[in-house]
Ligand binder design. Structure first.
Ligand code: NAD
Length: 391
């Protein structure tokens, strides 16, 4: 029996999990986010963690030691060696590498006949996303992208409000968010170097705000985009958000964007106005708003945008000629299961054929197409058409 993910259902307790067959799991990339993956896998009774690979010698071994997981094979120079080790009998992998290694690791894992949980953003370019989807199609395996905020009850409420018809026809969306000083360098430079990250704030946190609104409105196809990117803070050797002793080094290595903005046309005559920042000289670049013909929804932004709802949402509508605001109270966190546990559980259920793929590529390809479109438009200095090659 699969877990019931509906937060409004009375039955959100953990359903009993069939442990007669344990899924054999491998972890590719044992950095920061892999900590969250392994912590959740350890709680799942139908899982055996059997292998891990990292490009940095000794890192995977130290990782499993730190997490107290024994008997895991780690003597691989890269993900390719791990995938070639047929003695592992792997069923599935988590791909927790930096962005530039998402596509090769996901494609090679699917080609090896494994189910894949791929961290967000899906990848860096639309061309990579198409290759990933081709490999997924050929393999027939489960591929889910790691957008755990979707499993938050408040996020699901946004979708429910839109689907209820309360807003009428949606025609304009403003979304995004940002931090005043929040270029992510706590564990090194893999988020800021082009060779590892490929895209900066745009992909790292921009993908979340796009998913929040696009998922709510049913992921319409993006048609055109006029995009902008900048790197004023990241490349500044005096940027106060860097460790004082690393400022010059990080500024030199910075090769991605720390701010991006775009105007996107979506199928269905919907306009998406987007901006995202790792660093900016303002406290917020605005709440998310969804405007419809019958009502408007305001979703408060968070200080450190990470894909969550920042406070009680409001619907602005008209009742018998009066302008009314209805507050939607914040739904408290599910005490039984964290969002990350739900992400892992829903992926495992999909692998076992017990549930749908939680975050399918058929949707996220449009998220990636917008990120890619913004990057290409920013480079070209003009609006571009979004073209998604045939898969
Ligand atoms: N879902 C979330 O909440 C969330 C949060 C943070 C990061 N992320 C995503 O997770 C990804 C990783 O982030 P991180 O902070 O863990 O990065 P990180 O740099 O700390 O770790 C990545 C690791 O992958 C390894 N690696 C790269 N290519 C490899 C390969 N081919 N084979 C084996 N190992 C390889 C690197 O050596 C490194 O140790 C990023 O894409 C990021 O966007 C998701």
């Amino acid at each position: 029996m699969a877990f019931n993910y509906d937060p409004n259902s009375a039955n959100t307790e953990k359903a009993s999990v069939d442990t007669s067959k344990k899924l054999r799991i491998g972890i590719i990339g044992t950095g920061w986010i892999a900590d969250a993956h392994i912590a959740s896998y350890k709680k799942m009774q139908d899982v055996e963690i059997v292998a891990g690979a990292d490009l940095i010698p000794g890192k995977a071994e130290a990782f499993f030691k730190k997490h107290g997981v024994e008997g895991v094979k780690t003597d691989y120079a890269s993900h390719k060696e791990m995938l070639a080790d047929k003695s592992l009998n792997l069923d599935a992998v988590s791909v927790c590498t930096y962005n530039r290694q998402h596509a090769p690791c996901a494609i090679d894992s699917l080609k090896a006949g494994l189910h894949v949980l791929l961290e967000k953003p899906m990848c860096v370019t639309i061309e990579e996303a198409v290759e990933i989807m081709k490999a997924e199609k050929e393999s027939g395996k489960v591929l889910s992208i790691g957008f755990q905020p979707r499993l938050d009850a408040n996020m699901q409420m946004i979708k429910k409000i839109v689907e209820s018809g309360e807003l009428g026809k949606v025609y304009y969306i403003q979304t995004g968010g940002g931090r005043r000083r929040g270029i992510p360098t706590p564990f090194g430079t893999t988020f800021i170097e082009d060779k590892t990250a490929g895209l900066g704030a745009l992909a790292d946190i921009g993908c979340y705000s796009l998913d929040m609104v696009l998922n709510a409105i049913g992921y319409p196809k993006p048609l055109t985009v006029s995009g902008y990117k900048s790197d004023f803070f990241g490349k500044d050797p005096n940027y106060s958000g860097y460790r004082a002793d690393k400022r010059a080094e990080y500024a030199k290595l910075f090769g991605v964007d720390d701010f991006a903005a775009a105007f996107v046309r979506l199928e269905g005559d919907i306009i998406l106005d987007f901006r995202i920042a790792w660093a900016m000289n303002i406290d917020t670049c605005g709440d998310t708003i969804i405007l419809g013909t019958k009502g408007g929804l305001r979703i408060p932004s968070t200080e450190c945008w990470n894909g969550s709802v920042g406070g009680a949402m409001s619907i602005y509508h008209e009742v018998c000629g009066s302008q009314v605001r209805t507050e939607i109270p914040i739904i408290p966190e599910d005490k039984n299961m964290s969002l990350f546990d739900k992400k892992i559980r829903s992926f495992l259920d999909a692998c076992k054929g017990l549930g749908a793929v939680p975050v399918p590529t058929s949707q996220i390809i449009y998220n990636q197409a917008i990120l890619d479109g913004i990057a290409k438009s920013a480079e070209a200095g003009k609006e571009v058409e979004i073209v998604i090659p045939e898969i």
